[in-house]
Design a protein around this ligand. Structure first.
Ligand code: KIV
Ligand code: NA
Length: 266
C-alpha cells in the first residue's frame, strides 16, 4: 500500500524543496494531479469554479465533504487538505473543531485550511492542539469579499503590509503547519517567508514563497470566466472540449455518428 505524503513532510520541505500544490475537486482530476504534486487542496473555490457562484460564500460543509471524498478516492500519493467553507468555523473554536473533525472523519483527508489572521489564531491553536492539522490563509481572503468590497490584493499600502505580517505571525505561532499567502506583493511575501519557520504557499504572491498553489481549472484553461493576473494557463482544455462538442453535434445532426464501429451487430 502506497503511503501518502504526510502533513509533517509538507512542513519539512521548507528550506529544502518547493512545495507543489494544486486544487482538485473530482476523482478524475485528482488522479491526474496525484503523482505530480505534494499537496492537493480541495478548495472552496469549487463554488465559483464548478458550481458557478460569484463568490465562495454559498459553499457548505456538505459540498466540501462530497468533493473531499471524491478527491481521496481518486488519489493515493499526495497529501490532501480540505477548505473549511464560510460560516463553518468563524463562530468559535468549538464550531470550527466540530466541522473540521467531521471533514477529516468523513473524507479521510489529512488537514483543513481556513482563512483569517490574528482573529483566527485562537481557533487554529484549538484545532491543532486537538489533533487537526491546519493550514492558514492570509492576504486576499475570498470569504471576506463582502467586507472588502471585492477581490482585492492585500499588502499594497503600509497599513495592509503591517496587517498581513501580523496575521501570518499569529497563524504560524498558533501552530499552523503551513500558510497560504494570496495576492501579496513580492517584498512582503519574501519577508514573511524568511520570518516564519513554517512554509508559505503562494498564489499571486511571487516566487519568494516556499511553494505555489493554483486552481486546477485555471491551469488547464477550463475555467473561462475571469482570469486573475497570477493565473498561468498551461493548456487550453476548454477550447479542446468545445471543439469536441462541436464535432459531436455536427456528426449527430448529419447522422454520421454513430457509424458502424460504434454499434452492436444487427
Ligand atoms: O479555494 C481555493 O482554491 C484556495 C486556493 C486558491 C488557495 O483557497
Ligand atoms: Na479557498
Amino acid at each position: 500500500k502506497i503511503k501518502r505524503i504526510t502533513v509533517p513532510q509538507i512542513s519539512a520541505k521548507k528550506n529544502k524543496e518547493p512545495i507543489v500544490s494544486l486544487t482538485a475537486y473530482t476523482a478524475s482530476v485528482a488522479q491526474i494531479v496525484d503523482h505530480h504534486v505534494d499537496l492537493i487542496l480541495v478548495g472552496d473555490s469549487l463554488g465559483m469554479v464548478i458550481y458557478g457562484f460569484d463568490t465562495t460564500l454559498a459553499v457548505t460543509v456538505e459540498m466540501m465533504i462530497e468533493h473531499g471524498k471524491a478527491v481521496m478516492r481518486g488519489s493515493k500519493n499526495a497529501c490532501v487538505m480540505v477548505d473549511l467553507p464560510f460560516a463553518s468555523y468563524q463562530e468559535n473554536p468549538q464550531q470550527a473543531f466540530r466541522n473540521a473533525a467531521r471533514i477529516l472523519q468523513e473524507t479521510g483527508a489529512a488537514a483543513v485550511k481556513l482563512e483569517g489572521g490574528e482573529e483566527m489564531a485562537e481557533t487554529v491553536e484549538f484545532l491543532v492542539k486537538r489533533g487537526i492539522p491546519v493550514c492558514g490563509h492570509v492576504g486576499l481572503m475570498p470569504q471576506a469579499v463582502q467586507t472588502m468590497g471585492g477581490f482585492k490584493i492585500a499588502g499594497k499600502n503600509a497599513k495592509q503590509i503591517e496587517k498581513v505580517m501580523r496575521d501570518s505571525n499569529a497563524i504560524a505561532n498558533a501552530g499552523a503547519f503551513a500558510i497560504v499567502l494570496e495576492g501579496v506583493v513580492e517584498s512582503v511575501a519574501k519577508t514573511i517567508t524568511e520570518q516564519l519557520s513554517i512554509p508559505t504557499i503562494g498564489i499571486g504572491a511571487s516566487p519568494a514563497c516556499d511553494g505555489q498553489v493554483l486552481v486546477c481549472d485555471d491551469i488547464f484553461g477550463v475555467f473561462q470566466g475571469f482570469k486573475p493576473k497570477f493565473v498561468k494557463r498551461y493548456a487550453q482544455i476548454g477550447q479542446t472540449m468545445e471543439e469536441a462538442v462541436k464535432s459531436y453535434a455536427m456528426e449527430v445532426r448529419s447522422r454520421t455518428f454513430p457509424s458502424a464501429e460504434f454499434c452492436f451487430e444487427k
